[in-house]
Write a protein that binds this ligand. Structure first.
Ligand code: ATP
Length: 135
């Protein structure tokens, strides 16, 4: 079994989609280990998106992820990292397949509802960043 970090981003909270999105992960068989509603500041956004801070798309992304509460969760299950990314769909929601969170519910490459760790190594880093007290 494996753990991954999921963010249900501020657009999803504003649109009332938290239950819908969490339900998809749960029905798939992934179990929440911890889950919290949190509003992050710019420094936390920079730490989370360390690999993107120099990119042109980052300033508006930083504004977006700090714009209101998001849900941060650690989910656990067999191949959780890859499974969450399959359920989330392509980063650009306009191109994400039907049946995925982004494909079914979003139409933007920035406001794309969710984040999932992109590898087990990223998951370990991100879980330590978001939930330092987790084992
Ligand atoms: P996430 O890391 O959120 O799961 P991802 O791994 O599919 O998404 P990344 O390439 O890591 O995508 O980009 C991180 C986030 O930055 C995306 O989820 C999206 O919100 C935003 N983003 C990425 N590329 C662009 C872009 N070209 N224009 C605007 N926003 C972008």
């Amino acid at each position: 079994s494996e753990r991954t970090l999921v963010l249900i981003k501020p657009d999803a909270v504003r649109r009332g989609l938290v239950g819908e999105i969490l339900s998809r992960y749960e029905r798939k068989g992934l179990a929440p280990v911890t889950l919290e509603l949190r509003t992050i500041d710019g420094a936390m956004a920079d730490a989370h998106y360390a690999e993107h801070v120099e990119k042109a798309f980052y300033p508006p992304l930083r504004d977006f992820v700090t714009s209101g509460p998001l849900v941060a969760a650690v989910l656990e299950g067999d191949q959780a990292v890859e499974v969450v990314r399959l359920l989330n769909g392509a980063t650009d929601a306009r191109k994400a397949a039907a049946g995925t969170v982004r494909g079914d519910l979003a139409l933007s490459n920035r406001e794309n509802l969710v984040h999932g760790s992109d590898s087990p190594e990223s998951a370990a880093r991100e879980i330590a960043l978001w939930f330092p007290k987790l084992g």
